[in-house]
Write a protein that binds this ligand. Structure first.
Ligand code: SAM
Length: 364
């Protein structure tokens, strides 16, 4: 598509893959994650950078002095920042400058997501990976502005389950300590009624999320921000599709698809329905995929590539899914593009944005 967008619509199946001039996406390509890990890349110890190098490795960053240090730092400023989300965000950014690496979403990508929220006005937003609550405060603060009279998660009950006036930001965080800190940060920002933090491992939590939130079918999320364990992105996306939590109009934003990178996720979300059907019919793989990372590709090549990426590898399910296997819905059609970070961290990174256009046969 001329505007830098791509789609997996069936009509795009004929000439198929947009790989003109793309260097071959080879297995065994020197992995940039190695350099990232060495210089304390975004993943931090045991973080997503390591996950990309070894997709079989579980998430193992349990925190250090930086996270409780943030709470002390914010509490020292409490009298001037309580109830003011922008002041809380500024204080967290200030703290990041002191501690160096701190795995919160970069400013330019956050601004890009904010723009999308203002344009699309999502009522129900889901986040995978809260960490200390920075992105939750950044994005959830927009909801009361846009929907001042909504029913927020603190008031969600089975009685108002189908009420269209329900608005909220739900964030899933695996680590108990991070979930607790995120809760404190959200409270300090005055957003406790807007944000619901669920402490648990994403894949099993997603499987029962409709029940947990009293969200009757066909309700789906309007926006999903994926920012947790990189090898889990694809299986969790498939579980969201299986559960009908992605529907026509859902906008999915997946962070760090370049650095540390997520070729498997890009391949799955960009693959045509026919390619996904074929892949799904083969069942799951019982060995971890080989990881490749075409670090020499240009921005334009990243944007248009992966239509014939390692779809086979997305049949493997990482151990962190805790036995919950997503099969995915091959019929869903997405329109996508990349949200650039403007080289903010000294190397290029981006979010993959994918808007669900509905199912094949629904006029798409
Ligand atoms: C990059 S950080 C999230 C940053 C946050 N979104 C922000 O920008 O402020 C990734 C988070 O995902 C969490 N995480 C890792 N695996 C997870 C899983 N299986 N389920 C839920 N959270 C997970 C980690 O504990 C970590 O807090």
């Amino acid at each position: 598509m001329a505007d830098g967008k791509h789609t997996n619509a069936p009509s795009s199946e004929a000439p198929v893959f947009i790989r003109r001039g793309v260097p071959p996406l080879r297995r065994g390509f020197p992995a940039r994650g190695a350099m990232l890990a060495g210089r304390g890349g975004r993943g931090g110890p045991g973080g997503p950078g390591v996950g990309r190098m070894n997709p079989d490795a579980p998430w193992n960053y349990t925190g250090d002095e930086r996270e409780p240090g943030l709470v002390d730092f914010l509490q020292a400023k409490e009298s001037t920042i309580r109830g003011d989300p922008d002041a809380v965000l500024d204080a967290i950014w200030e703290y990041k400058q002191h501690v160096g690496h701190f795995m919160i979403v970069g400013k330019s990508k956050a601004q890009g997501v904010e723009k999308l929220i203002r344009e699309r006005k999502p009522k129900l937003i889901l986040e995978l990976g809260a960490y200390v609550g920075y992105s939750a405060v950044y994005f959830a603060k927009l909801l009361p502005e846009m929907f001042p009279n909504a029913i927020y998660p603190s008031k969600w009950t089975s009685e108002n389950a189908a009420d269209e006036n329900r608005v909220g930001y739900v964030s899933i965080e695996k680590m108990d300590n991070f979930a607790q800190i995120a809760g404190k940060v959200v409270d300090l920002a005055g957003l406790s009624r807007v944000v619901k933090i669920i402490n648990g491992s994403s894949t099993p939590v997603l499987k029962s999320l409709r029940e947990t939130l009293n969200m009757p079918l066909p309700a789906a999320f309007d926006m999903i921000f994926i920012d947790h364990h990189k090898p889990l992105y694809t299986n969790d996306l498939k579980v969201l599709e299986d559960e009908g939590l992605i529907g026509k109009g859902t906008c999915i934003i997946a962070d760090n698809v370049i650095m540390p990178g997520n070729p498997a996720y890009l391949s799955y979300i960009r693959a045509t329905p026919a390619a996904k059907r074929l892949s799904a019919s083969k069942g799951i793989l019982d060995y971890p995929p080989a990881t490749f990372h075409p670090s020499c590709a240009t921005k334009a090549e990243w944007q248009s590539g992966f239509r014939d990426g390692p779809l086979e590898e997305t049949r493997w399910v990482p151990p962190d899914s805790e036995g919950v296997v997503g099969m995915g819905n091959p019929e869903l059609v997405y329109e996508g593009w990349m949200l650039d970070d403007g080289n903010e961290q000294g190397g290029w990174d981006a979010c993959e944005v994918s808007v669900c256009k509905g199912e094949v046969g629904d006029g798409v």
